[in-house]
Design a protein around this ligand. Structure first.
Ligand SMILES: [Fe+2]
Ligand SMILES: [Fe+2]
Length: 186
């Protein structure tokens, strides 16, 4: 299984949230900002707990340090943003700064780190199970389409059996991804 596919789905979700915040005003923004904060913090924690400690042999040690530093900067920008009321005159600028910091980081992950990791099946296999477990613990949503794209049918069947999903043996790949996604999303 390729956990980086699920991380990319998280990135797209964060981009959608930034767009949604951009299109709304005042109080309407509050639940979107809350969701952005929760999912970004959980996504970064997941990478720091499972991915970054394992990736040095594929990406080099500097990439791990750079990634961690960029997370720190993104968290600072995010804190500045969420500390402001959505209708504060400075909110737009604070949001642009957060977005820019995250865009830069996502470009590096998707353009450099993830492609390097994908060439190293050993690391991906090693982190797959702890990655899925940490996702559930951190309360990150599981996207069925991303799960199907990240896994072979056999890998999904194994996970479904582990999760005690009934009738897994007769399910198609997409059905397995759907069943797992609902079982793993709290
Ligand atoms: Fe990421
Ligand atoms: Fe990251």
């Amino acid at each position: 299984m390729d956990p980086t596919k699920l991380l990319e789905a998280d990135h797209r979700q964060v981009e959608r949230l930034f767009e949604a915040i951009d299109k709304t005003e005042g109080d309407e923004r509050t639940p979107l900002i809350d969701e952005l904060k929760t999912s970004l913090l959980a996504h970064m924690a997941l990478e720091e707990q499972v991915l970054y400690p394992a990736m040095a042999p594929a990406t080099g040690k500097e990439s791990v340090e750079e990634g961690s530093k960029e997370h720190e900067l993104a968290r600072k920008a995010l804190t500045d943003m969420v500390d402001l009321a959505p209708d504060d005159p400075g909110f737009g600028a604070a949001m642009d700064a957060t977005k820019a910091s995250i865009e830069h980081h996502v470009e590096e992950e998707e353009g450099e780190l993830f492609p390097k990791l994908r060439k190293n099946a050993t690391i991906l296999d090693e982190i797959a199970t702890p990655f899925m477990r940490a996702r559930v613990e951190l309360g990150l949503p599981m996207d069925a389409a991303a799960l199907a794209a990240a896994s072979t049918k056999d890998e999904l069947l194994d996970e479904a059996n582990n999760a005690g999903i009934e009738g897994a043996a007769s399910m198609t790949k997409d059905e397995l991804a759907d069943a797992l996604a609902s079982a793993m999303t709290r």
